[in-house]
Design a protein around this ligand. Sequence first.
Ligand SMILES: [Zn+2]
Length: 264
Amino acid sequence: MTTARRRPGRPPGTGGAPGSGQGRSSSTAADAGQAPGTGQAAGAGTATGCDEAAGSGPPVPDRPLVLVDVQNCFSDGFTPPELPVAGVAEVDWAGLLDCWLDGGSPVVATRDWHVDPGEHFAPPGTDPDFATTWPRHGVAGTPGAELVPPVARRAGRLAALFHKGQHGPGYSGFDGTVGADGTGQRLHDWLRTRGADGIAVAGVATSHCVRATVLDALRLGYAVDVLADYCVGVTPEAHCRALAELRAAGATIRSGAVRARGAP
Ligand SMILES: [Zn+2]
């Protein structure tokens, strides 16, 4: 599941995507996990390659951002690989976070924090089916469970970090709790106490934990922006299918690089 790249590439003649380069002033090539001078736009603002991502304009930091599972275990830039999703390492997570935080809206993150998640991990001696059973990943306390470096460097600016999947699959960020022991505040309570009626969601993987988080948010009554260029799917097709499903369920799909509030 790890070989397909999410983005087939920018359509011919599109030039720069709207807003590309915005919100990236404080990010660095190191933040984006790439060598300086590669010229890669680090994901944000590149074409998503599917119609499902088009239409509703770029993301704006006007609501809390829920960053789902942007962890080493899912990054194709992490070794040894655990459950890498192609494209995670090239997304401009630093630019997204900096723009969001500079815009005055909070960012919270979720992460898989597996202790004993049952058959979420394929039983020893069996192959994972990559549908309901998976290779070991995101084990509590291991480097694989840590946030990817550009996010980890901003951990002190995260308003909260929710741990999920200690004893089960934990696909939805709304299953998570602040703190690792499962007894802390849940995401819905955290948002309610701050009067949030809408959230933005980005992260990994579009068709799994992002999807589950967005569907729960819609069910709970939140208006949800899905940041298409800051979501990575296990395959391009799965990414596009999930965006279509989430749009049909009531989410707004935002595409392109994040823009500062009030930017033209
Ligand atoms: Zn997991």
